[in-house]
Design a binder for this molecule. Sequence first.
Ligand code: NAD
Ligand code: IPM
Ligand code: MN
Length: 358
Amino acid sequence: AEVKKIAVIAGDGIGPEVVAEAEKVLKRTEELFGYQFETEHALFGGIAIDEKGTPLPEETLQVCQSADAVLLGAVGGPKWDNNPKELRPETGLLGIRKALGLFSNIRPAVIFDCLKEASTLKPEVLEGTDLIVVRELTGGIYFGEKFRREGANGQEAVDTCVYNVNEVERIARQAFEIARTRSKKLASVDKANVLETSRLWRETVVRVSADYPDVELEHVLVDNCAMQLLRRPSSFDVIVTENMFGDILSDEAAMLTGSIGMLSSASLGEGSFGLYEPVHGSAPDIAGQGIANPIATILSVALMFRLTFGYHDAAESIERAVKEVLDAGNRTGDIAVDKSTAIGTVAMGQLIVDAMRK
Ligand code: NAD
Ligand code: IPM
Ligand code: MN
């Protein structure tokens, strides 16, 4: 098979810890399946601010642009929290998504049966939950003009939320396509009772839906959706929503699985290129302790294999290994019911690597 180039940007906090385990999975995949990966590491986020004076150095962007896929850990931390906007790790994250044209962020929340106890919700509520949040990633209030009002002494701030029809249409089509491969149910989430961008969103989704008569479409207001996700999570299949709503609802969906440490993501554009990262952040509260759950990042590698490389056999091997390791009772602290039995990041990573089979 041809050599696939993967840009690896570990970032800050627990980023390097969880990415190291995902890289072991890449290596094991080469041994088992004969695929070949060439990894190139690059600086990104807070560490790039410290070493290069910018969160997204030009050379890091070039490494990503010349790769077939990107594996990303997480960025951010208290050290950079009071920096001006251009010198914030998060600005680099938004910048890389925009520069690479990754407008579609796919965040699956799949319940492992054996983890039902790990969730704060009742097991019977979770039964059968298997949903995907499709989050618009390069528009909306994250990218609209933002400023402090002049003459107001810095006492008034403005964030603008902008969407155009093309941005809504392309994410809607992606979501309908995904829904088609699943149980053919799509929930479009907006705040059309208040926001003009949401009314444009809803109009556009309705128009696109004419091309997908086989997919059942429902519109859910975001506040109601936040509630329904806890009340009847298993009734959702694919959820499509704008950037900020998707950010919030996917963290909420993470708790259905037991922990944010379980949620993987794929960020895609028009082609097969993708950026793969856990949904969680750099977790400064546990960074450096070797206790972070690496499963979200490892499952992001499985998504990379499926969505960018078409290596379905290797993806399945990873997903099966994760399930086996969890079924056997192995838990990191975030998903352990009895915290005294919890294992660390490296131990969890190694168990998964060892459980992979062809
Ligand atoms: P977070 O996701 O980093 O952490 C939230 C909570 O979940 C913390 O208690 C943390 O310990 C726990 N947690 C997260 N990942 C875990 C894992 N793999 N295993 C076990 N526990 C885990 O969110 P936050 O605390 O709001 O943000 C911290 C920093 O991360 C901020 O600077 C933020 O901007 C950044 N952030 C980055 C990304 C990203 O790089 N994609 C995503 C979210 C937040
Ligand atoms: C995420 C994160 C980022 C986002 C932040 C760190 C900019 O929360 O990837 O979910 O809001 O997109
Ligand atoms: Mn988030």
